[in-house]
Design a protein around this ligand. Structure first.
Ligand SMILES: *Cc1c(COP(=O)(O)O)cnc(C)c1O
Length: 221
Protein backbone atom coordinates (compact mmCIF):
# COMPACT_ATOMS: atom_id res chain seq x y z
CA UNK A 1 0.00 0.00 0.00
CA UNK A 2 1.26 3.48 -0.79
CA UNK A 3 2.04 5.83 2.05
CA UNK A 4 -0.41 8.43 3.25
CA UNK A 5 0.30 12.16 3.05
CA UNK A 6 0.89 12.14 6.82
CA UNK A 7 3.47 9.35 6.52
CA UNK A 8 5.29 11.08 3.65
CA UNK A 9 5.36 14.32 5.62
CA UNK A 10 6.70 12.49 8.66
CA UNK A 11 9.43 10.89 6.52
CA UNK A 12 10.56 14.29 5.21
CA UNK A 13 10.53 15.78 8.70
CA UNK A 14 12.59 12.78 9.82
CA UNK A 15 15.19 13.41 7.11
CA UNK A 16 15.35 17.08 8.04
CA UNK A 17 15.79 16.18 11.72
CA UNK A 18 18.57 13.73 10.86
CA UNK A 19 20.40 16.32 8.75
CA UNK A 20 19.99 18.89 11.53
CA UNK A 21 21.43 16.50 14.08
CA UNK A 22 24.43 15.76 11.84
CA UNK A 23 25.13 19.47 11.41
CA UNK A 24 24.09 20.65 14.88
CA UNK A 25 21.23 22.73 13.61
CA UNK A 26 17.78 23.31 15.07
CA UNK A 27 14.93 21.89 12.92
CA UNK A 28 12.89 24.93 13.95
CA UNK A 29 15.20 27.02 11.74
CA UNK A 30 14.19 25.14 8.60
CA UNK A 31 10.99 25.87 6.70
CA UNK A 32 9.66 23.01 4.61
CA UNK A 33 7.93 24.33 1.49
CA UNK A 34 5.68 21.68 -0.08
CA UNK A 35 5.86 22.24 -3.83
CA UNK A 36 2.38 21.40 -5.09
CA UNK A 37 2.74 22.38 -8.76
CA UNK A 38 0.71 20.19 -11.16
CA UNK A 39 -1.11 18.56 -8.23
CA UNK A 40 -4.84 19.20 -7.77
CA UNK A 41 -6.49 20.42 -4.58
CA UNK A 42 -7.54 16.85 -3.74
CA UNK A 43 -3.87 15.91 -3.44
CA UNK A 44 -3.03 19.02 -1.42
CA UNK A 45 -5.77 18.83 1.21
CA UNK A 46 -4.46 15.63 2.88
CA UNK A 47 -1.10 17.32 3.41
CA UNK A 48 -2.78 20.38 4.93
CA UNK A 49 -4.82 18.08 7.15
CA UNK A 50 -1.55 16.42 8.21
CA UNK A 51 -0.31 19.80 9.41
CA UNK A 52 1.68 21.24 6.49
CA UNK A 53 1.08 24.98 6.11
CA UNK A 54 3.73 26.31 3.70
CA UNK A 55 3.25 25.55 0.01
CA UNK A 56 4.92 26.54 -3.22
CA UNK A 57 3.82 26.86 -6.83
CA UNK A 58 5.85 27.75 -9.90
CA UNK A 59 3.18 29.33 -12.08
CA UNK A 60 1.03 32.35 -11.27
CA UNK A 61 -1.94 31.19 -13.33
CA UNK A 62 -2.03 27.71 -11.81
CA UNK A 63 -1.79 29.17 -8.30
CA UNK A 64 -4.63 31.58 -9.05
CA UNK A 65 -6.78 28.66 -10.13
CA UNK A 66 -6.01 26.45 -7.15
CA UNK A 67 -5.26 28.47 -4.07
CA UNK A 68 -7.98 31.05 -3.38
CA UNK A 69 -10.46 28.30 -2.44
CA UNK A 70 -7.90 26.41 -0.38
CA UNK A 71 -6.85 29.57 1.43
CA UNK A 72 -10.46 30.40 2.20
CA UNK A 73 -10.78 26.98 3.83
CA UNK A 74 -7.39 27.16 5.58
CA UNK A 75 -6.59 30.83 6.33
CA UNK A 76 -3.18 30.17 7.90
CA UNK A 77 -1.60 28.85 4.69
CA UNK A 78 1.59 30.52 3.49
CA UNK A 79 2.09 30.46 -0.29
CA UNK A 80 5.46 30.85 -2.03
CA UNK A 81 6.23 31.40 -5.70
CA UNK A 82 9.24 29.39 -6.82
CA UNK A 83 10.75 29.61 -10.26
CA UNK A 84 10.58 32.06 -13.12
CA UNK A 85 8.36 35.14 -12.95
CA UNK A 86 7.53 37.29 -15.95
CA UNK A 87 7.53 41.02 -15.25
CA UNK A 88 3.99 41.40 -16.61
CA UNK A 89 2.79 38.98 -13.89
CA UNK A 90 4.46 40.88 -11.05
CA UNK A 91 1.28 42.53 -9.78
CA UNK A 92 -0.68 39.27 -9.72
CA UNK A 93 2.24 37.56 -7.99
CA UNK A 94 2.45 40.25 -5.30
CA UNK A 95 -1.28 40.00 -4.70
CA UNK A 96 -1.30 36.21 -4.39
CA UNK A 97 1.99 35.13 -2.79
CA UNK A 98 3.57 35.60 0.64
CA UNK A 99 7.09 35.11 -0.66
CA UNK A 100 8.73 35.17 -4.11
CA UNK A 101 11.82 33.05 -4.83
CA UNK A 102 12.71 34.05 -8.37
CA UNK A 103 13.94 37.64 -8.24
CA UNK A 104 16.80 37.48 -10.73
CA UNK A 105 17.04 40.59 -12.89
CA UNK A 106 16.85 44.36 -12.98
CA UNK A 107 13.60 44.53 -14.94
CA UNK A 108 11.89 42.27 -12.39
CA UNK A 109 13.09 44.41 -9.47
CA UNK A 110 11.47 47.39 -11.18
CA UNK A 111 8.23 45.52 -11.87
CA UNK A 112 7.98 44.05 -8.35
CA UNK A 113 8.77 47.39 -6.70
CA UNK A 114 6.06 49.07 -8.75
CA UNK A 115 3.59 46.29 -7.88
CA UNK A 116 4.42 46.53 -4.17
CA UNK A 117 4.10 50.33 -4.20
CA UNK A 118 0.76 50.09 -5.96
CA UNK A 119 -0.75 47.39 -3.74
CA UNK A 120 0.87 48.57 -0.52
CA UNK A 121 1.89 44.96 0.14
CA UNK A 122 5.61 44.28 0.54
CA UNK A 123 6.41 40.67 -0.26
CA UNK A 124 9.75 39.19 0.87
CA UNK A 125 11.86 37.99 -2.07
CA UNK A 126 14.68 35.52 -2.47
CA UNK A 127 17.18 36.53 -5.14
CA UNK A 128 17.79 33.56 -7.44
CA UNK A 129 21.40 32.96 -8.38
CA UNK A 130 22.46 31.02 -11.48
CA UNK A 131 24.84 29.11 -9.27
CA UNK A 132 26.19 26.76 -11.96
CA UNK A 133 26.53 29.53 -14.58
CA UNK A 134 24.27 27.54 -16.90
CA UNK A 135 23.35 29.01 -20.26
CA UNK A 136 19.61 28.32 -20.17
CA UNK A 137 18.92 28.71 -16.47
CA UNK A 138 17.15 31.49 -14.62
CA UNK A 139 18.95 33.37 -11.89
CA UNK A 140 21.33 36.29 -11.87
CA UNK A 141 25.01 35.76 -12.60
CA UNK A 142 27.18 35.61 -9.49
CA UNK A 143 29.02 38.71 -10.64
CA UNK A 144 25.77 40.63 -10.95
CA UNK A 145 24.52 39.77 -7.47
CA UNK A 146 25.81 42.77 -5.46
CA UNK A 147 24.37 45.23 -7.98
CA UNK A 148 21.01 43.49 -8.05
CA UNK A 149 20.85 43.42 -4.24
CA UNK A 150 21.66 47.13 -4.10
CA UNK A 151 18.90 47.86 -6.58
CA UNK A 152 16.38 45.75 -4.64
CA UNK A 153 17.30 47.41 -1.35
CA UNK A 154 17.00 50.86 -2.93
CA UNK A 155 13.53 49.91 -4.20
CA UNK A 156 12.54 48.85 -0.68
CA UNK A 157 11.95 45.21 -1.63
CA UNK A 158 12.28 43.07 1.52
CA UNK A 159 15.10 40.57 0.90
CA UNK A 160 14.57 37.10 2.35
CA UNK A 161 17.86 35.69 1.11
CA UNK A 162 19.29 33.76 -1.83
CA UNK A 163 17.82 30.88 -3.80
CA UNK A 164 19.32 28.41 -6.28
CA UNK A 165 18.59 25.37 -8.40
CA UNK A 166 21.96 23.64 -8.97
CA UNK A 167 22.84 21.95 -12.28
CA UNK A 168 20.96 18.71 -12.82
CA UNK A 169 22.71 15.35 -12.53
CA UNK A 170 25.83 16.27 -10.59
CA UNK A 171 26.56 16.58 -6.87
CA UNK A 172 24.77 19.65 -5.51
CA UNK A 173 26.80 20.14 -2.33
CA UNK A 174 29.49 22.45 -3.81
CA UNK A 175 26.77 24.70 -5.25
CA UNK A 176 24.90 24.82 -1.94
CA UNK A 177 28.13 25.73 -0.15
CA UNK A 178 28.81 28.48 -2.68
CA UNK A 179 25.30 29.93 -2.27
CA UNK A 180 25.76 29.92 1.52
CA UNK A 181 29.03 31.81 1.13
CA UNK A 182 27.43 34.37 -1.19
CA UNK A 183 24.60 34.93 1.30
CA UNK A 184 27.06 35.42 4.12
CA UNK A 185 29.20 37.83 2.08
CA UNK A 186 26.12 39.88 1.25
CA UNK A 187 24.63 39.95 4.73
CA UNK A 188 21.62 37.78 3.95
CA UNK A 189 20.23 35.20 6.38
CA UNK A 190 17.88 33.11 4.23
CA UNK A 191 18.91 30.25 1.95
CA UNK A 192 16.28 28.60 -0.27
CA UNK A 193 17.97 25.46 -1.54
CA UNK A 194 17.37 21.73 -1.69
CA UNK A 195 14.70 19.73 -3.51
CA UNK A 196 13.48 16.12 -3.13
CA UNK A 197 16.78 14.62 -4.30
CA UNK A 198 19.09 16.67 -2.13
CA UNK A 199 17.33 18.54 0.67
CA UNK A 200 19.18 16.74 3.51
CA UNK A 201 22.47 17.87 1.97
CA UNK A 202 21.10 21.40 1.62
CA UNK A 203 20.08 21.42 5.29
CA UNK A 204 23.58 20.35 6.35
CA UNK A 205 24.99 23.23 4.30
CA UNK A 206 22.74 25.87 5.82
CA UNK A 207 19.40 25.87 3.99
CA UNK A 208 16.67 27.78 5.83
CA UNK A 209 14.01 26.89 3.24
CA UNK A 210 13.83 23.56 1.40
CA UNK A 211 11.50 23.14 -1.58
CA UNK A 212 10.19 19.58 -1.67
CA UNK A 213 7.67 18.31 -4.22
CA UNK A 214 8.10 14.71 -5.34
CA UNK A 215 8.99 13.33 -1.89
CA UNK A 216 5.65 14.63 -0.57
CA UNK A 217 3.30 14.27 -3.54
CA UNK A 218 4.85 11.52 -5.66
CA UNK A 219 6.08 12.07 -9.20
CA UNK A 220 4.54 14.61 -11.55
CA UNK A 221 3.22 13.46 -14.93
C1 LIG B 1 9.45 21.70 -8.89
C2 LIG B 1 10.41 22.49 -8.08
C3 LIG B 1 10.88 22.01 -6.85
C4 LIG B 1 10.51 20.66 -6.26
O1 LIG B 1 11.16 19.64 -6.96
P1 LIG B 1 11.09 18.11 -6.46
O2 LIG B 1 12.29 17.51 -7.08
O3 LIG B 1 9.82 17.55 -6.98
O4 LIG B 1 11.16 18.12 -5.00
C5 LIG B 1 11.74 22.85 -6.13
N1 LIG B 1 12.11 24.05 -6.60
C6 LIG B 1 11.69 24.53 -7.78
C7 LIG B 1 12.15 25.86 -8.23
C8 LIG B 1 10.84 23.76 -8.56
O5 LIG B 1 10.43 24.24 -9.74
Amino acid sequence: MSKTAAQLLEDVHGEIARACKASRRDPADITLIAISKTHPAEAIVPLIEAGQRVFGENRVQEAQDKWPALRAAYPDIELHLVGQLQSNKAEEAVALFDCIHGLDRTSLVTALARAMDKTGKRVPCFVQVNIGAEEQKGGCAIGGLPGLLDQARAADIPLAGLMCVPPFGIEAAPFFALLAKLAQDNGLAGLSMGMSGDYPTAVMLGATHVRVGTALFGSRD
